[in-house]
Design a protein around this ligand. Structure first.
Ligand SMILES: [Fe+2]
Ligand SMILES: [Fe+2]
Length: 392
């Protein structure tokens, strides 16, 4: 695919990855992804913004075949899906300078063996003139690594944001065509890799408020030609209270834990609380992560197996701890046969979650009337606390 013009002197380059279904051998990509790079041609100098994932280097190099000069390679983020083709671009344009933050310099040298003499560092807010176009670099740490920055193209009011505001969608549409689809993909992306750094991202969003941003060109997914809604969506995900939502990741072996989960869910719904159930053997963990962006409460449903939680419940709990959602209440429910340390094991896996832990409801074998009453009380406590905190 050839490079495609976005505006005069500004082009999309990069690759569409229709086949990829997993990122980091962990994160599901149901719709594939794109690795976007951008070429900005000023009257005097030309800059390439980011590159492409190494398996797709050839696509980018072919797109650069008729480009006479690249003076700068702006590397917003040292992760390979954006920086992994820098070495190949440098081979094609040996005099180009790689423009990075001080932190990214060390990372590119360590991680990708980019030679020090090819790198120039820029300060927060520094500008670089391409002639009739001016790049301004804004450090935005922790989206989602410590070295990240974005570039504001002053004359055209375009923000090149790399992972920030990205969405994993393989598409030939340059610009957002289906806002609902992109909202979901962008939220999934935020949930999976950015949620743990929510407070840093809140500061980064604040920093961007002084810029008149008329277009956001991320390095995954489509370009936002009406960026207001995605900025607003991000603000909602990083600030404010969680929602009136209980997320229940669960697994059941003989049906007893499932019975407890469905009973708890039914009572919560009666009490006006929204509930989302995630049957772990068939759950897309990206969907679970998205629900955790909003959840006020997590209740893990697990049977006891091999004297502890079911490994799938342990996996979901480990993941929730790593993603650090803004959850306020936690509990565990489930059935056991003869004993074990399910509660202690799961409780030891959530040091990052600053949430109130509500008493677990464990039952022996098939749940009895007394167990259902305990679940009713748990639902009542959750509903009261949601109401008391005015979660909407
Ligand atoms: Fe990244
Ligand atoms: Fe990325």
């Amino acid at each position: 695919m050839q490079k495609r013009q976005i505006k005069k002197g500004i082009y999309w380059l990069g690759a569409i990855d229709w086949e990829r279904r997993l990122f980091d051998s962990l994160i599901p990509l149901p719709d594939g992804t794109t690795y976007n790079a951008y070429l900005v041609e000023g009257s005097e100098k030309t800059a390439l913004m980011d590159t492409a994932d190494p398996p797709m280097s050839g696509v980018l190099i072919a797109q650069l075949a008729d480009v006479a000069r690249v003076d700068y390679i702006v590397s917003h983020h040292a992760e390979q899906d954006h920086s992994g083709s820098i070495a190949m671009v440098l081979k094609r344009f040996p005099d180009a300078k790689v423009v990075v933050t001080e932190k990214a310099k060390g990372m590119l040298m360590d991680l990708l063996k980019i030679p020090e003499e090819a790198i120039v560092t820029v300060e927060d807010g520094e500008t670089l003139s391409l002639g009739d176009k001016t790049l301004q670099f804004v450090q935005t740490p922790w989206v989602h690594w410590p070295e990240t920055m974005v570039t504001y193209l002053k004359e055209d009011k375009i923000l090149f944001s790399c992972d920030f505001f990205g969405s994993h969608i393989a598409t030939t549409d340059l610009f957002v065509t289906d806002q609902g689809r992109v909202y979901e993909a962008a939220k999934r992306y935020f949930a999976e890799i950015m949620m743990p750094f929510r407070s840093a991202i809140e500061k980064d969003l604040k920093k961007l408020e002084v810029y008149d941003i008329q277009m956001i060109a991320p390095s995954h997914g489509q370009i936002y030609d009406q960026p207001g809604w995605i900025l607003e969506a991000y603000r909602g995900w990083v600030t404010g209270a969680p929602r009136n939502l209980v997320v229940i990741p669960y697994v059941s072996m003989h049906g007893s834990t499932r019975e407890m989960v469905t009973h708890l869910a039914a009572v919560l719904i009666e009490k006006g609380v929204r509930v989302e159930l995630f049957p772990l053997p068939v759950t897309d963990i990206g969907k679970l992560a998205m629900a955790l962006v909003d959840a006020a409460t997590i209740v893990v449903g697990t049977p006891t197996v091999l004297a502890g939680p079911h490994p799938l419940a342990a996996y979901a709990t480990f993941l929730a701890n790593a993603l650090r959602p803004r959850v306020k209440l936690l509990s565990i429910i489930g059935s056991y046969g003869w004993g074990g340390k399910t509660v202690e094991t799961l409780a030891g896996m959530i040091p990052n979650l600053k949430a109130e832990v509500l008493g677990p409801v464990l039952c022996k074998g098939i749940p009895s009337e007394t167990d259902f009453e305990a679940l009713d009380r748990l639902a009542g406590t959750i509903a009261e606390k949601h109401k008391g905190n005015n979660f909407k």
